[in-house]
Design a protein around this ligand. Structure first.
Ligand code: PLV
Length: 321
């Protein structure tokens, strides 16, 4: 396949009646869960993979908690090159199988993503191989930014706020770059993490990058120990409100979203939806952090494959929901 072919799709932007009813303002959902490979990741990862292949790469090496690896494996298969994905032991076996189904070689290494990444870097030192970082690369952010351009084309009016989640910060960087591209520099972003996967919030509170000792959240896809420098730097350039929600709220949001929209998402994505279901906007307004009335919001439904109906049911019991 030609490396000119776009590997991501233009995703739907829908106005959500149930979430709008809950929030008392219009809520639009950017349905990145409908991307090939299951999440927004394919936007940035395919951009980075294509550029690597143009420079002679024949072997894509990814270190990923799952979704970035799936996007890399999908891109590699579409572009006709080999893929190896190193995943931490926290990644469920069914995700490993999905990677194999994309023809990737899968290697388990380490407890968390950072340890898997060290092994991936070793493999990527082989000739013709290139490391495809899951979040810390300008080509990733450039690719992710395309989702905001699509939103700007599809939404009737500029939104008053955008909800997204933060893992290593690649998605946040893409969102901010996209907002800059469409000249929505004044649209605030609510950047949500879960307790125990909150490296962006820790950095914001400390005023410098912080490395978490461990990832204790069930939202393993948000589980980078340190956020990327660019995401941290954007915090002083753009109005970004860092919010941390308990795992229970992220899981509850997944459950409610299943009923409201009949779409199954993993807790990493549920965290963004918790922005609406857990009434983050009124809380921020009470703290005088969000100025002006909110008439409409966009939630980036980032998607992700690390969930099954059975897993969601287990989480439901675990959190007494
Ligand atoms: N997941 C990464 C990093 O994990 C991965 O390797 O797949 N939502 C979903 C469904 C995700 O899979 C991720 C990232 C994020 C959100 C956060 O994106 P980021 O890392 O660009 O902030 C450690």
């Amino acid at each position: 396949m030609s490396d000119q072919k776009q590997l991501y799709v233009r995703t739907p932007l829908i106005e959500s009646t149930p979430l709008s009813k809950h929030a008392s303002f219009k809520v639009y959902l950017k349905l990145e869960n409908t991307q090939p490979a299951g999440s927004f990741k394919i936007r940035g990862i395919s951009n980075l993979c294509k550029k690597a292949i143009q420079k002679g790469c024949r072997h894509i090496v990814s270190s990923s908690g799952g979704n970035a690896g799936l996007a890399a494996a999908y891109a590699a298969r579409q572009l006709g090159v080999k893929a190896t994905v190193v995943i931490p032991e926290s990644t469920p076996e069914f995700v490993a199988q999905k990677l194999r189904d994309e023809n990737a070689t899968v290697e388990y290494h380490g407890r968390v993503w950072d340890e898997a990444n060290r092994r991936a870097l070793e493999i990527a030192s082989q000739p013709d191989a290139t490391i495809i970082h899951p979040f810390d690369n300008p080509d990733i952010w450039e690719g992710h930014a395309s989702m905001i351009e699509e939103i700007a084309d599809d939404i009737p009016l500029k939104p008053d706020v955008v909800f997204t989640v933060v893992g290593g910060g690649g998605l946040l960087c893409g969102v901010i770059q996209g907002l800059k591209r469409v000249r929505w520099n004044d649209v605030p972003v609510i950047a949500i993490e879960t307790v125990g996967a909150d490296c962006f919030n820790a950095a914001v509170n400390k005023g410098k990058l912080v490395t978490l000792p461990d990832i204790t959240s069930v939202a393993k896809s948000l589980g980078a120990l340190t956020v990327c420098q660019q995401a941290f730097d954007y915090h002083s350039e753009h109005e970004i409100h860092s919010v941390v929600v308990p795992d229970k709220d992220a899981v509850e949001a997944c459950l409610r979203f299943t009923d409201d929209h009949r779409i199954l998402v993993e807790p990493a994505c549920g965290a963004a939806l918790a922005g609406i279901y857990s009434d983050i906007v009124p809380k921020l307004q009470q703290q005088s952090k969000l100025r002006g009335a909110i008439q409409s919001a966009v939630v980036i439904v980032c998607g992700g494959c690390s969930i099954t109906f059975e897993h969601l049911n287990k989480y439901k019991q675990q959190f007494g929901l």
